[in-house]
Design a protein around this ligand. Structure first.
Ligand SMILES: [Zn+2]
Ligand SMILES: [Zn+2]
Length: 435
């Protein structure tokens, strides 16, 4: 595989020009979305065919961006390459869902370089379509060593300790664990900069009185894309353009969880070990420490724009007025920077016709994503999975799991059992009673 194209991207400073533009050496996801996605799945162990025409039930053909094949499993991948400000909407998901239905491909993955709207996420959730937004794609890009990675033995920077080990991360607690197979496991070390800052801006109001604005704290900057992941500490004003996208990203659940781990868990200096059980990928930072510091400075200055009130005497009366303070980048000082690696498990399982992703923060052990956790036959409130169907692989809850030899979904039990259980309204109890 070729290394990602490092295309310098310039971002205009928002407050003043004194530090010049912030340059990000980030990979050009836009152009290569389909290619990189295909490479990721190839590394995962799929055979991939791009731009594949597949027969539909009506006899016509439909084009699949990437068709994945692994044993008896076929999966369709849809790639949508959008402008940074545009999200994937429900209409895009509907079209893909219909395509899956028409072609009879049971499993679908929708990949974008941006993000998904809330209703498109809901639709995906109810139909079992796996979603990869820009952040997830980027993680996979490095996890599967397509992005720049470094030799684990050369890691000098501190890491969050690995508390959730491989056997705990990969273990399942289903009634038929043997029907689910782990086929790809990666421990990804994702780099983040911890940047301590302090702002002090002193301004005189028109009456000559001094006002001091101070702010200090630590920001975490994703070293793969230059985004601040813990921005939520009160953004004063939302300036159009640059900060728009970042405000949206602020809501990312994964960023929030990583930030919490970086706040609570003390990094250690310990060698990163390789293992024969899983692949270890250590991502090289794509953003320099200097640029991460500039990004923080710009954000702090921006965030602390404010109107300061003062009392003026007008015609003998005291009147409250305000004046605007725009902190300068030079008034933000950087009190320290540190690169810390956060380990994340990225596990892929397969069962029957189905495949599942499970991702965990390896330090706190918290779940980022678990495609196996919830029953796919439940419609609204999805219950916890107790077994998978041994024919199709669908995760099933207590109510939707039937035992007939092995564990089955309703579609795969015999006509006889279906007939027997028909009309009882309590299928699972009936079935469980018979053991
Ligand atoms: Zn269910
Ligand atoms: Zn089934």
């Amino acid at each position: 595989m070729q290394p990602p194209t490092a295309r310098p991207q310039s971002i205009q400073p928002t407050v003043d020009e004194e530090l010049g533009p912030v340059k990000l050496n980030t990979y050009d996801l836009g152009v290569q979305l389909e290619d990189t996605t295909a490479s990721i799945f190839q590394k995962m162990g799929y055979s991939v065919e791009k731009r594949q025409r597949v027969q539909t039930k009506s006899g016509a053909t439909a084009e699949i961006d990437i068709l994945l094949v692994r044993g008896i499993r076929r999966r369709a991948v849809e790639c949508k390459n959008y402008d940074q400000s545009r999200s994937v909407g429900i209409q895009d998901l509907r079209v893909f869902k219909d395509k899956l239905g028409d072609t009879g491909i049971a499993s679908g993955i929708f990949v974008t370089n941006t993000y998904f709207s809330e209703d498109s996420e809901k639709l995906a959730n109810s139909t079992g379509i796996e979603l990869w937004d820009g952040d997830k794609h980027r993680e996979k890009f490095y996890a599967y060593a397509i992005g720049r990675i470094k030799n684990p033995s050369l890691v000098q920077d501190p890491i969050l300790p690995l508390t959730l080990d491989f056997s705990s991360a990969s273990s399942l607690s289903l009634r038929n664990n043997q029907s689910v197979r782990l086929f790809s496991s990666v421990l990804l070390y994702h780099p983040y900069f911890l940047i301590k800052h302090r702002l002090q801006a002193i301004r005189k109001d028109p009456t000559g009185k001094s006002h001091t604005i101070t702010d200090s704290g630590t920001y975490f900057v994703d070293a793969l894309d230059g985004e601040i992941i813990n921005r939520e500490r009160g953004v004063v004003e939302n300036i159009a353009g640059l900060f728009k996208k970042k405000e949206e990203r602020m809501e990312s659940r994964e960023d929030k969880m990583v930030s919490e781990d970086l706040e609570r868990i003390v990094p250690i200096s310990k060698p990163v070990l390789s293992s024969s059980d899983y692949q270890v990928s250590v991502a090289e930072p794509e953003v320099t420490e200097e640029d991460a510091a500039r990004i923080v400075k710009a954000h702090v200055a921006e965030k602390n724009r404010q109107d300061v009130r003062y009392n003026a005497k007008v015609k003998g009366e005291i009147e409250t007025r305000s004046f605007r303070v725009l902190p300068r980048l030079s008034e933000v000082s950087i009190r320290g920077t540190k690169l810390v690696y956060v380990p994340k498990w990225d596990l892929e399982y397969e069962s029957g016709q189905a495949s599942f992703s499970r991702r965990f923060l390896a330090s706190s052990g918290r779940t980022l994503e678990d495609g196996l956790a919830k029953c796919q036959k439940c419609t609204l409130l999805k219950k916890e999975t107790v077994a998978v169907c041994e024919v199709c692989g669908t995760p099933l809850c207590e109510k939707h799991a039937y035992q007939e030899g092995g564990w089955m979904c309703e579609d795969h039990i015999s006509d006889k059992l279906r007939e027997e259980t028909k009309g009882t309204g309590f299928l699972s109890k009936f079935k469980l009673g018979r053991g």
